[in-house]
Write a protein that binds this ligand. Structure first.
Ligand SMILES: [Zn+2]
Length: 108
């Protein structure tokens, strides 16, 4: 299990502002970021320490895509931005509600 510490990010992490979108999936909510779709798979696993956070995995995770995001309040941390495939979202992004978030990009 990785640990998420938004409040104590590494000093060399990059911060920027970005837009994410959500829509109701068949079973679970789906997040769209850069035209890739993510499904929630863990919620509040560090609720006691760092507030509620949600971990999102790429929709193509069964196809071994390792892209991962974590949201907590108005912040999103990019855990792994490397997709193994082209963008998956084919709908009309304009029909979804945009939400501006602070994005933390881990720098190795
Ligand atoms: Zn992917």
């Amino acid at each position: 299990m990785f640990s998420i510490v938004f409040e104590h990010s590494f000093p060399y992490d990059k911060f920027f502002s970005g837009i994410i979108y959500f829509y109701a999936g068949k079973k679970h909510p789906v997040m769209v970021f850069n035209n890739y779709e993510f499904m929630a798979h863990k919620t509040g696993f560090q609720a006691s320490k760092h507030g509620n956070s949600t971990s999102w995995r790429c929709k193509r995770e069964p196809a071994r895509c390792k892209a991962r995001l974590v949201t907590s309040g108005g912040t999103m941390k990019i855990m792994n931005s490397l997709h193994s495939h082209p963008p998956t979202f084919t709908g009309e992004i304009g029909k979804l509600k945009p939400i501006r978030v602070k994005i933390v990009q881990k720098v190795n």
